[in-house]
Structures are given as structure tokens and as C-alpha cells.
Design a protein around this ligand. Structure first.
Ligand SMILES: *[C@@H]1O[C@H](CO)[C@@H](O)[C@H](O)[C@H]1NC(C)=O
Ligand SMILES: *[C@@H]1O[C@H](CO)[C@@H](O)[C@H](O)[C@H]1NC(C)=O
Ligand SMILES: *[C@@H]1O[C@H](CO)[C@@H](O)[C@H](O)[C@H]1NC(C)=O
Ligand SMILES: *[C@@H]1O[C@H](CO)[C@@H](O)[C@H](O)[C@H]1NC(C)=O
Ligand SMILES: *[C@@H]1O[C@H](CO)[C@@H](O)[C@H](O)[C@H]1NC(C)=O
Length: 422
């Protein structure tokens, strides 16, 4: 009987090998290329293109758009306005914006995947192709999104802004239907809180059971990171190399982005830790909205401050594993990570300055260890969650680290399903 069972398992394993779990990749902050269509958009300079005549124009990442003369045009194209009275987001009038490379990483009419996808995911894609035969657009899909936004507008589009979750849900459903296998979602960085919101608030328990085999969450800033505070104060290059994204490139975009609020340090986790030191006052995580108001539009001002109660407060309620989503929680450590920003002058209206000194602590270079460890230290314990750490590896390094790639191959090997049966 035992032998028979074992052999049934063998057959099962062979069958499973034919149809592997479709893999859906959800990138992090700024990890999705963006394109716009403009129709008489109000631009800050006469030289900015105002109309694209029905065509879509890539704006992120585009070397031309980064030229000094063009940077104001780019900032305007990426403007995001939030109206607290109506709870609606909007783009600059006359601008439509969408992510580029849905499903296969390629813009329509192009044969090569976008540079940004190549930079971040080629190592993973190549390894999964070599070892398991995964092919982009066939059984591995990229799900780029408007990274300015948080879960609220992904769930509910307003004025043509948002709506990612509906498309993502359909992409997963189609992939599951085509393969007959439940999907694995792989998210990185901001993609992790973005998926946490999706699983908890957008889809049902039954939907998750029917469609999700597992979730590999890489480098999740579960309760934010202190680096976001420096984005408000002086801008930062998003952890990307300077040849791809110059320093300060999009500070004006960052400070208005609702996604920034989701990755600002959360008072529930950071408590009374001092994050910013100035001569006359120190600031903790719960002081951040007030700090933004104090500085004004330069740091997002009232608009961004008003998003904190809406997005950061209720975030605590989502800090537990989504039911029916077996989770691989992987992160890296051992890279010095900003913990306190010290300034020799006080924060006043219009403040815009890099820190005079930075105190570093433990983390992955971008996200503090405290936030990376939330799942194992603070979330309710669950047998559906497996945590793995990769020492001496950075926030972006995790996407090409040999140990991580091997772990991913092992995780996705179809034989895993059979093991459950033995
Ligand atoms: C930021 O929001 C303000 C409204 O508070 C708006 O005037 C400005 O254009 C926005 N800028 C960007 C770059 O989103
Ligand atoms: C990727 O998908 C788009 C949209 O479906 C299609 O136009 C394009 O030809 C595809 N690219 C490749 C390389 O298959
Ligand atoms: C701010 O924090 C620093 C370092 O923790 C401390 O030395 C200083 O006294 C504090 N300043 C104020 C105004 O509380
Ligand atoms: C910002 O909000 C405060 C009250 O919260 C208000 O007093 C102030 O006028 C507002 N500033 C702007 C520029 O809207
Ligand atoms: C960390 O990685 C660097 C560069 O790859 C290497 O030189 C160093 O020895 C490593 N340190 C540890 C503790 O593994």
C-alpha cells in the first residue's frame, strides 16, 4: 500500500512537472516604467511637450527626461494631487499615465523588455528559465504599476488614477486558468505592502485559496523605513544607481506620492525612537506629518500630511498573514542602514537639505532591521509563514544573490507539490 501510494506520487510529480506554477512579479517603488499621453497638458515651460497626439511617451526611466532642462517637465507629468475633501487623486489636467510592459515587460511594438525590468529582474528570469524553463509572457509575468500610489487607489481608481488591483486580479486569474495551476506571487520592496493590502482587502479568502499557491515576499518594509524621512527632507535617489536615476531626481514627485506614506516609519513600530535631530527639536515617527506641514509643499505639506491618518493609521490592522496565502518572507541583512538624520539647523518652512550627519544601524541598506523583522517578531505566529534571512546582502542585491536564486528555484520546483503527498 505504501509502495502504491509512493508510485502514485511519482506519477503525480511527473504530471505536475508539465504545468508549473505561473509566477507573477510585482516590483518595488519606482520599479515600474511609466508612460504618459498628453492632451494640451499645462506645462511649466514652453519647451515641455504638451501634446503627444494620441501616442504614449515613456517618461520613467528615460534619459532624455532627466536632462536639466526637462526635469521640470517630468515632474509636472508625474504630478499627483490628492483632495482630502473628496478623497480623490488626480493627475495634472491633460495627462494620462500608465505603467509600461504589462505581462511581458515589453511595450507594444518593441521586442526587448524595458531596461528597468532588465536591471532588476534579469538574473531571476534567466535562472528560472535555465533551470525550470520559465518564460516571460508565457508562465512568468511582470505586473508593473503606478508606484506613486498606495493600496487605496490601487483598489479604487479615481479620475483615471489607480486601478492596479483589478488588472492584477485578472492577470492572476488568466494565468491560473491557462496553466491549471495556482500562481506564485513574487514581490519586492514596496511590492510587499502593496500585495499585503491586495490579499487582505481586495480579494476574498476563497479567491486566495483558489488562485494562490504561495507568496515570496522579498525585502518587505512592513512598517516603513527611516529613509523615507530623508525623501521628505532632502530627497534621495531611491537606492538606484546614479547612472539610472540621478540624485534628487524626483523629490517633488516623492513628497506627494501616497506610496511614500505607506513606507514612512510607522509610529507603532518605531515608537519614541528619535529619527531626526535638530538643534532645538527632535522628531519621532509620529511627528512626521507635523513636520511635513511645517515645511510646506516642499515636503508634501498639508496634502501628504492629510494622507497619514488615512493610510498609516489603519495599516496596523493588516499586520498579520493573509489566510490561504502560504508565505515565504525573505530579507537580507548586514548592510549599514540610516537610522537617525542629524541637522545643524532647525526645520523651518521650505526646508530642503541633506542631513549633516547620518547615524547608521542594521538593515539591508534601505530598510531598517526593525521593519524587516515585523513578520517574525510582531505578526501573530503562523505555520503558513517561512522566514529566511540572507546575511551580507543589500535591498537590491537580494534580486541577484546566488543564495536567493537557488532558494527560489528550490521553492518553485514542481516536485514540491508531490512532497506534500508523501
Ligand atoms: C504636489 O501637490 C500639490 C498640491 O498640494 C500640487 O500643487 C503639486 O503640483 C504637486 N506636485 C507634484 C510634483 O506632484
Ligand atoms: C508583449 O505584449 C504586448 C501586449 O500584449 C505585445 O504587443 C508585444 O508584442 C509583446 N512582446 C513580446 C516580445 O512578445
Ligand atoms: C535630541 O537627541 C539628541 C541625541 O539623542 C540629544 O543629544 C539631544 O539632547 C536631543 N535634543 C533635544 C532638543 O531634545
Ligand atoms: C495647512 O493646514 C493647516 C491646518 O491643518 C492650515 O492652518 C493651513 O492654512 C494649511 N496650509 C495650507 C498651505 O493649506
Ligand atoms: C560581505 O560581502 C563582501 C563583498 O561581497 C565581502 O568582501 C565580505 O567578506 C562579506 N562579509 C561577510 C561577513 O561575509
Amino acid at each position: 500500500m505504501k509502495l502504491l501510494l509512493f508510485c502514485l506520487t511519482c506519477v503525480y510529480a511527473v504530471e505536475r512537472h508539465a504545468g508549473r506554477h505561473p509566477l507573477i512579479i510585482v516590483p518595488g517603488l519606482t520599479g515600474s516604467p511609466l508612460e504618459v499621453e498628453e492632451n494640451d497638458a499645462a506645462m511649466p515651460h514652453s519647451w515641455c511637450k504638451r501634446t503627444t497626439s494620441g501616442e504614449w511617451m515613456q517618461v520613467w526611466v528615460s534619459p532624455v527626461q532627466a536632462l536639466p532642462l526637462e526635469i521640470d517637465c517630468l515632474t509636472a507629468r508625474l504630478s499627483l494631487t490628492y483632495d482630502a475633501k473628496t478623497d480623490e487623486y488626480s493627475n495634472l489636467p491633460g495627462v494620462r499615465l500608465r505603467p509600461l510592459g504589462w505581462r511581458n515587460g515589453t511595450a507594444s511594438g518593441k521586442s526587448h523588455k524595458d531596461l528597468l525590468f532588465s536591471y532588476q529582474f534579469d538574473k531571476i528570469l534567466n535562472r528560472l528559465h535555465e533551470e525550470l524553463g520559465y518564460a516571460l509572457g508565457e508562465n512568468v509575468f511582470v505586473a508593473p504599476y503606478d508606484w506613486r500610489l498606495a493600496g487605496d487607489s490601487h483598489a479604487k481608481p479615481t479620475n483615471g488614477v489607480g486601478g492596479f488591483y483589478e488588472e492584477l486580479k485578472k492577470l492572476i486569474e488568466d494565468a491560473v486558468q491557462a496553466s491549471g495551476e495556482r500562481a506564485v506571487v513574487l514581490s519586492h520592496s514596496l511590492g510587499c505592502p502593496t500585495m499585503l493590502y491586495f490579499f487582505h482587502k481586495y480579494v476574498t479568502e476563497d479567491w486566495r485559496a483558489d488562485h494562490i499557491h504561495g507568496w515570496v515576499a522579498l525585502s518587505g518594509p512592513w512598517m516603513g523605513g527611516i529613509v523615507q524621512v530623508s525623501a521628505y527632507l532632502g530627497g534621495w535617489n531611491l537606492g538606484l544607481p546614479s547612472w539610472l536615476v540621478p540624485h534628487d531626481y524626483v523629490k517633488r514627485v516623492q513628497v506627494n506620492a501616497s506610496s511614500g506614506v505607506m513606507i514612512a516609519p510607522h509610529p507603532k513600530a518605531y515608537g519614541d525612537k528619535t529619527l531626526v535631530v535638530t538643534p532645538s527639536r527632535n522628531y519621532t515617527a509620529s511627528d512626521v506629518p507635523e513636520m511635513l506641514r511645517q515645511i510646506g509643499p516642499q515636503a508634501g505639506g498639508n496634502q501628504t500630511a492629510s494622507l497619514f491618518p488615512k493610510l498609516q493609521g489603519p495599516w496596523v490592522e493588516l499586520q498579520h498573514p493573509p489566510k490561504n496565502v502560504p508565505m515565504q518572507n525573505w530579507y537580507s541583512t548586514g548592510i549599514k542602514t540610516a537610522e537617525v538624520f542629524e541637522f545643524d539647523s532647525d526645520i523651518v518652512e521650505g526646508f530642503n537639505k541633506a542631513a549633516d550627519r547620518t547615524v547608521f544601524g542594521e538593515g539591508d541598506g534601505l530598510v531598517n532591521l526593525l521593519s524587516l523583522q515585523q513578520v517574525e517578531n510582531v505578526w501573530p505566529q503562523s505555520s503558513s509563514v517561512t522566514t529566511r534571512t540572507f546575511p551580507n546582502c543589500s535591498h537590491f542585491g537580494i534580486l541577484s544573490d546566488a543564495r536567493v536564486l537557488t532558494a527560489l528555484v528550490d521553492y518553485l520546483k514542481p516536485i514540491r507539490d508531490a512532497e506534500v503527498f508523501i
